[in-house]
Write a protein that binds this ligand. Sequence first.
Ligand SMILES: [Fe+2]
Ligand SMILES: [Fe+2]
Length: 194
Amino acid sequence: MFSLSKLSPSITDMIRFDHSHMMVTFHQYTRDKPPSVKKALAETICTAVDIHAKLEEELFYPVMRQLTSDERVMAKSEPEHDEMRAVIALLRRTDPHSPDHDRLVLDLMRLVIHHVADEETVLLPQAEQMLDKDTLSDLGAKMTKRRLELLTPEAGKIAKDTVVGIAGSTAAVALGVAGAIFAVNKFRKSSAHS
Ligand SMILES: [Fe+2]
Ligand SMILES: [Fe+2]
């Protein structure tokens, strides 16, 4: 019998996909874009960072905390997410015509780059050293399931962002919808052959 977890990408690869998709969306935000597009891009970025942080806190960090005796590695992760959430809250309230909007997007990008570099150089390699492939895939499947739950209320927002001029696929990719749908389809196909 096939299980979704055996076919799922590992949780560490999913985290890397999220990171690169967030960076791609940051790079689409430029000063010369119309304010409505800036707002839509910022909203996509905010939601993507928000959901990603939540997924890590619920599914990845607790596992890592049990594995590592080095407290320092984990100690700053959640406070850094909180810093991002503070900037996200300000950004969501800021008018896209204002220069503050551009500045806050840059502030958020700086925080994300710094945090992601630590995760990719320390935390993810550690997880891959300490956990076997099945466990990493199983956690990946749990992440997909939880992502779909968290995304349900965001579906309307994705449609709205498409209307104001950013490609719907940009939002879908940044939020990890594309990856989640891919994983589910792969599972369905395999089940059909079994
Ligand atoms: Fe993180
Ligand atoms: Fe991350």
